[in-house]
Write a protein that binds this ligand. Structure first.
Ligand code: MTE
Ligand code: MO
Length: 383
């Protein structure tokens, strides 16, 4: 079958779909380290995992609305300055299962773990694009190119057997501070097949769908990518739109991730002893907006206390060079008195003072994306 050569995976992952392989760790695994180990990093695929056997023959082509078209080998890419960027990648479908409980949505079900925080190592896209004569901070090329399209080598049914693809604006691609990478390392090791070997795009602060894995070519184009995942998926619709009245062209492709958080030390319905309990989880926002604070309630949102940030662990391989964590999650914790039959709630606030929406009903959308509503935990039978 097409899936005869899938890589081995950690048995602890919860499989949401086997072919294509979609899996997430248990939520409790997320808060055990600031950097998510590769084995426990969620895996989100739309087709079989491609196999690049001969790395010496692998290359990425750059073409489109530019005067110079080139092919880059892995050696060419490794020759460029290497950056390590710690960034959280989150699938737009994270927490979809909870949204589906309000009203059914279409898509792979996910609990709260369709995200992970990794240190990605690779070349900056802004440096790569200079090789074809595009200057830093350009918003248009001399031939009218305004978007940078990433095309993969994998094949998926949504593209009718064609490759997975996506694009970002040229302005973001050529901005060194946007930290868009062509990454060949994940957590200090060669990126593995599941996560895009030999080369993937990492677009920090943006929904995972734009971070194209197994990169094959880069095209400089006039309009944004017309692929399925840009035009017929990963768009945010209001709750009034359903499958019988949807008009995809009325909305833009979703890019930045809104502010999000989840409690990871408890199940959605859980039983704990009365008294003090440690509540921990993650909070993250898109667009480089860091997390300002996380509020926790034990009475369903009537009163709140502020959670603490956990210390970042010292990871030796990120110690070389300037580091920034504006793209990364924060892990939070609070030790609180839990009253009988408590309802524990988390909500995060980002650096632009954006706050998570209270109710999932208000942000329900037919594709079940961006469920960033308050995370609620129901405690039963506290005694
Ligand atoms: N790139 C390719 N080529 N094929 C894919 O199916 N899935 C996207 C993105 N890049 C995908 C892809 C989606 S929807 C997400 S959320 C992330 O990859 C998941 O990355 P991960 O599997 O490394 O966690
Ligand atoms: Mo995704």
């Amino acid at each position: 079958s097409d899936y005869a050569e899938e890589p081995p995976r950690h048995p602890a992952l919860r499989i949401n779909s086997k072919e294509p392989f979609n899996a997430e760790p248990h939520r409790s695994a997320l808060v055990s380290s600031y950097i998510t180990p590769v084995d426990f990093f969620y895996k989100r695929n739309h087709g079989p995992i491609p196999k690049v056997d001969d790395i010496s023959r692998y290359s990425v082509s750059i073409s489109g609305l530019i005067n110079k078209h080139i092919q880059l080998s892995m050696d060419d890419i490794r020759m460029l300055p290497k950056y390590n960027v710690t960034a959280t990648l989150q699938c737009a479908g994270n927490k979809r299962t909870a949204m589906s409980k309000v009203r059914k949505v279409r898509g792979v079900g996910w609990d709260v773990s369709a995200l992970g925080n990794a240190t990605w190592g690779g070349a900056k896209l802004s440096d790569v694009l200079e090789l074809v004569g595009i200057h830093k901070l350009s918003s248009v090329t001399s031939l009218g190119g305004k978007h940078v399209e990433f095309v993969s080598v994998d094949r998926c049914k949504e593209e009718k057997g064609g490759p997975y693809k996506a694009s970002i604006p040229l302005k973001q691609a050529t901005d060194p501070d946007a930290d868009v990478l062509l990454a060949y390392e994940m957590n200090g090791e060669t990126i593995n097949r599941d996560h895009g070997y030999p080369l993937r795009v990492v677009v920090p602060g943006v929904i995972g769908a734009r971070s194209v894995k197994w990169l094959d070519s880069i095209n400089i184009i006039k309009e944004e990518c017309q692929g399925f995942f840009m035009q017929k998926d990963y768009k945010m619709f209001p709750p009034t739109v359903d499958w019988d009245n949807i008009n995809w062209s009325t909305r833009r492709p979703q890019m930045d991730f809104p502010v999000q958080s989840a409690i990871c030390t408890l199940e959605d319905v859980d039983v704990i002893k009365e008294g003090k309990a440690r509540i921990a989880g993650y909070a993250v926002s898109g667009g480089g907006r860091g997390i300002e604070r996380v509020d926790i309630s034990v009475d369903g949102g009537k009163t709140w206390v502020e959670a603490h940030r956990c210390q970042k662990s010292n990871v030796p391989y990120v110690s070389d060079g300037a580091q920034s964590d504006k793209w990364a999650w924060v892990l939070f914790e609070a030790t609180l008195d839990i009253p009988p039959n408590a309802e524990i709630v988390a909500k995060a606030v980002d650096s632009a003072a954006n706050i998570q929406p209270e109710k999932v009903e208000d942000i329900w959308n037919l594709r079940g994306i961006l469920n960033t509503s308050w995370h609620r935990i129901k405690i039963q039978n506290t005694s």
